[in-house]
Design a protein around this ligand. Structure first.
Ligand code: ADP
Ligand code: MG
Length: 254
């Protein structure tokens, strides 16, 4: 295994960007989670009894061959989907039985997503893209703070304060992914889930993105990153490997 790169320069101070820690329970705790997809008469067992605990402040890489269940697991961890059986406690709360509306609320409040394809709205500026999640939960703002002020603070955290009025197509891939990271941060999630966040980037931009995720993690943000690249996984302090829907390796690194 490749050794972890030297710590990067930390991004701007995250004071007020992370939620204060809640003691006593893990951020993620799955117990014997299984997922079965039905395709006509065929059953696909995408996850087979996955029990995974992620404590606050961890930085976990999830690895495994194509089809091993990584995205299925991320979908469940991110409350985009529910397990067929088993339980999932997010931040101490059982979310395995919530309905669609309740899951949408939990996603907005507790989870920051970063996707391979950035998923930014093309007509909106970076600032508006980042402020968007706040429109669904204005009560998250403090005092007379505006969504734009909170969004600007998140963009500063990812080092993009001078690009706030640019639209996605006026930004490089790495910059677009930084906007997506600011959007993921803006609601002060309990966890950031990133599914192949560097998959569409050249290796240098990919390393820059990982350096920012690393800096956020060092300031307390819990991080789970799916990747199939060793030099991306090298940033994590723990590697979980899936094979055919089962955890076959769970290794803590120095
Ligand atoms: P990975 O992200 O590791 O490539 P996935 O979680 O996407 O793996 O897929 C795991 C297994 O579940 C694969 O066999 C895949 O074909 C199957 N699968 C994933 N999503 C669906 C779906 N929506 N319907 C049916 N089968 C699916
Ligand atoms: Mg996948």
């Amino acid at each position: 295994m490749a050794s972890a790169p030297a710590p990067s320069e930390a991004p701007a101070d995250l004071a007020g960007v992370t939620r204060s820690p809640v003691d006593g329970h893990a951020v993620v705790e799955t117990r014997e989670v299984s997922k079965v997809y039905h395709m006509g008469d065929v059953e696909v067992q995408a996850l087979k009894g996955v029990s995974l605990t992620v404590e606050r402040g961890e930085f976990v890489a999830i690895m495994g061959a194509s089809g091993s269940g990584k995205s299925t697991l991320m979908g469940i961890l991110g409350c985009l989907d529910r397990p067929t059986s088993g339980t999932y406690l997010l931040d101490g709360e059982d979310v395995s039985e919530l309905d669609r509306d309740e899951l949408a609320w939990v996603r907005n409040q507790r989870i920051g997503f970063v996707f391979q394809s950035f998923n930014l709205l093309p007509r909106m500026t970076a600032l508006k893209n980042v402020a968007l999640p706040l429109l669904y939960s204005p009560e998250d703002l403090e005092g007379d703070e505006t969504p734009e002020e909170r969004a600007l603070a998140a963009l500063e955290t990812v080092g993009l304060a001078e690009r706030v009025h640019h639209r996605p197509k006026e930004l490089s891939g790495g910059q677009q992914q930084r906007v997506a990271m600011a959007r993921a941060l803006v609601n002060r999630p309990a966890i950031i889930l990133a599914d192949e966040p560097t998959g569409n980037l050249d290796s240098r931009s990919g390393q820059e993105i990982m350096a920012i995720l690393d800096g956020l993690n060092r300031q307390g943000v819990t991080m789970v990153v799916v990747t199939h690249e060793d030099d991306i996984a090298a940033w994590a302090r723990r590697v979980v490997r899936l094979h055919d829907g089962e955890i076959v390796l769970d290794e803590v690194r120095r």
